[in-house]
Design a protein around this ligand. Structure first.
Ligand code: F6R
Length: 249
């Protein structure tokens, strides 16, 4: 596991964007796993900047988002968020941008369909944020490491943290379809990003603590190709900083 500590959020977002751009430059038909949330917003902004600057085409890229809320208003959906932040700004082809359908009448079937779609070609590079409770995707604490795509009940902490994305808490969904920890671990390469002091404790637990199902992100310690990109505040509680490298070093 490589840990990259950056001076600022901007620098960290740039570092993460460079990894995504490098992947697409290397393989124009890359299969990317994408996340939503506050952390990835500056990263997508930078992917758009760099993509335009360097004339990188995303036409042949296939994307798979980690998750989608169940029964959410269209404008609050992760589909709408991804269009707004990333897809509409570059030449992504809409049929290649996959997000679970949280409006499906048969959520179990939809979870199975989505898992099969991912496994049909795998994921080359998976981008992840991390919840303050250690979730990745919406795999909340206690989720078995062996789970594939499923319908997840959102933890209270997650609902509280994400209420800010909704008009008022009454419309914050209680469930989501999420790819599983097993699905995440099947990606060839993973980049995890965290910013801010409120993530410092969980970052230390996840990447320097024991690998336990109560801290879902800790499973990433078992993956052979993980890069953790942090700003200084998110790295604040790591004990073994000497193992880390600075992006600008
Ligand atoms: C989002 C997702 C979540 C977020 C996590 C961090 O698709 O799957 O795991 O990455 O909740 O969210 P932020 O970045 O808002 O702190």
């Amino acid at each position: 596991m490589k840990i990259v500590i950056c001076e600022s959020v901007d620098e960290a977002a740039h570092a993460a964007a460079e990894v995504i751009i490098a992947q697409v430059a290397k393989n124009s038909a890359s299969r990317l796993g994408l996340a939503t949330g506050s952390t990835v917003e500056p990263i997508y902004k930078e992917v758009v900047n760099l993509g335009r600057l360097r004339n990188i085409s995303f036409r042949a890229v296939t994307t798979f988002n980690l998750d989608e809320y169940v029964s959410v208003a269209k404008e609050d959906s992760y589909r709408a968020t991804m269009e707004k932040l990333l897809f509409s700004h570059l030449d992504f082809v809409s049929k290649n941008t996959n997000i679970p359908n949280g409006a499906s009448h048969n959520l179990l079937e939809e979870a199975g369909r989505y898992e099969r779609l991912i496994q049909a070609g795998g994921i080359d590079l998976q981008l992840l944020g991390i919840g303050r409770n250690g979730h990745i995707g919406f795999n909340e604490p206690g989720t078995p490491f062996e789970r594939s795509t499923h319908v997840a009940k959102l933890a209270k902490a997650t609902r509280e943290a994400n209420t800010k994305f909704f008009g008022h808490s009454s419309v914050m969904p209680r469930e989501a379809i999420t790819i599983g920890l097993k699905t995440i671990m099947s990606a060839l390469e993973i980049v995890v990003v965290a910013f801010g002091s409120e993530k410092a404790s969980i970052v230390a637990q996840a990447f320097e603590g024991q690998v336990v199902e109560d801290v879902p992100a800790s499973v990433l310690q078992r993956h052979p190709r993980v890069t953790v990109i942090l700003d200084r505040s998110a790295a604040g509680e790591l004990q073994h900083i000497s193992r880390s490298v600075s992006f600008r070093a």
